[in-house]
Design a protein around this ligand. Structure first.
Ligand code: S3P
Length: 441
């Protein structure tokens, strides 16, 4: 039986109140990985109970790690040490999760046993050579499909050698994969980034007592150390908060507070870009929680205008472009995004899929090879295909706040990969959204 989900979203007025969006996806994945491989017991609070992070958790259970779940947001990991994993008795199923597959590739390349990793139809179309090429240079043996896509078969018992790798793309997943493989490598492993990407792996490794050196854009670690168990507080995910930040900015009369959101400067492109567009965003109660900075974010409605999005902001807002395109469609004037070809290989081709959806809603949105040109205007209603991409489905839900008629969004089940209670929270904030399930054989 297949379940498909549809969102039916009617135009609504304003967003208000206080929301606490779920835990950060990137941090939750890393907390499971490092906690599983640490010496001792790691406690995670604020864990994202999403399909993607559950896939990572399940993978480690399948490799013999004992994990307790006192409640949905809490995870207790009984770490097995860097050499303590066991061969799983079946291929690891990573669902829709690119982060699980790319980060685990690095860890699995250093194990004594062989592993196969696969996922759903969307993950099976995503490029993996960006990680398998440098891992192979380190001495790993990995088979991919002919086109360099999943499933990946990683042969155990290989000796890895540290490398100096100049990354051709700005990708935190590639950087993290190399650093995690570097834990098992002889000598030093360095990743040199073309521009700054999210640094949760580096922060968390240090939090587990592992030395990571950063000199300019070069991030290095030495193999052969140990991870020491710790406690991790996962802040709310700024990438999930982003939907409500845009929603409150475009819905006149809104005043919304988002609590305890991660504001790591490698993730705050959404705030920087929205502010340049004229958004009214203020940060309250800024503090550090464990290894990460957090704040309560207040957003009041404002009149947005189009901008040329600065290129250096692109990696800092890489997951937020679907909803930023909605902000641009509701803004006055033209918004231009360039230098973002990575958007073409996310959970969907986010440039084509967003342009197609915006055009359906009557907006002039012109896709370019590495970005989009959007002329702000009045959105009408229509039927949108999310192509199974969680962030596309949520972005078009937000579009309803400046649309004249109902927007119907198809293929929304994957919203649960990153934001399991999205429909409830959206309703609480003031969005008129209904979820329709259909079943087919
Ligand atoms: C992630 C990094 C980003 C992001 C993804 C999560 C991570 O991908 O798009 O959703 O947790 O490291 P890239 O680093 O490949 O751009």
């Amino acid at each position: 039986m297949n379940t498909s989900q549809q969102f039916i979203v009617n135009p609504s007025q304003k967003l208000q109140g206080t929301l606490h969006v779920p835990g950060d996806k990137s941090i939750s994945h890393r907390a499971i990985m490092l906690g599983a491989l640490a010496e001792g017991t790691t406690q995670i609070n604020g864990f994202l109970e999403g399909e993607d992070t559950k896939a990572t958790l399940q993978a480690f259970e399948n490799m013999g790690v004992s994990i307790d779940r006192p409640d949905q947001k809490q995870v207790t990991l009984h770490g097995v040490g860097l050499q303590g994993l066991h061969a799983p008795d079946r291929p690891l199923d990573l669902g829709n999760s690119g982060t699980s597959m790319r980060l685990l590739s690095g860890l699995m390349a250093g194990q004594a046993f062989s592993v196969e990793m696969g996922g759903d139809i969307y993950l099976s179309r995503r490029p993996m050579r960006r990680v398998t090429d440098p891992l192979t240079t380190m001495g790993a043996q990995i088979e991919t499909s002919e086109k360099g896509m999943p499933p990946l078969k990683i042969k155990g018992g290989q000796r890895l050698q540290g490398i100096n790798y100049t990354m051709p793309i700005a990708s935190a997943q590639v950087k993290s994969c190399l650093l995690l493989a570097g834990l098992y490598a002889q000598g030093t492993t360095c990743a040199i980034e073309p521009s700054v990407t999210r640094d949760h792996t580096e922060r968390m490794l240090r939090g587990f007592g592992y030395a990571v050196k950063k000199e300019g854009q070069r991030i290095c670690l030495q193999g052969g150390g140990k991870l020491q168990a710790t406690t991790i507080d996962v802040p709310a995910d700024i990438s999930s908060a982003a939907f409500f930040m845009v929603g409150a900015s475009i819905a006149q009369g809104s005043d919304l507070l988002l609590e305890h959101v991660g504001i790591n400067p490698t993730r705050t492109g959404i705030i920087n870009i929205l502010r340049q567009m004229g958004a009214d965003i203020s940060l309250h109660n800024q503090r550090d929680v464990g290894f990460e900075p957090v704040a309560d974010i207040q957003i009041r409605a404002s009149h947005l205008h189009g901008i040329d999005i600065p290129k250096e902001q692109v990696p800092l807002a890489i997951d937020e472009f679907p909803v930023l395109f909605i902000a641009a469609a509701c803004a006055e004037g033209k918004t231009v995004l360039t230098g973002a070809k990575e958007l073409r290989v996310k959970e969907s081709d986010r440039i084509s899929v967003m342009a197609e959806g915006l055009q359906t809603l009557g907006i002039e949105a012109i896709p370019t090879p590495e970005g989009m040109v959007i002329h702000g205007g009045q959105l009408k209603g229509g039927v949108i295909n999310s192509h199974g991409d969680h962030r596309i489905a949520m972005a078009f839900t937000i579009a309803s706040l400046c649309a004249k008629e109902t927007i119907i969004i198809d293929d929304c089940a994957n919203v649960a990969t990153s934001f399991p209670n999205f429909v409830n929270l959206a309703q609480t904030a003031g969005i008129d959204i209904q979820l329709k399930n259909s079943f087919s054989r």
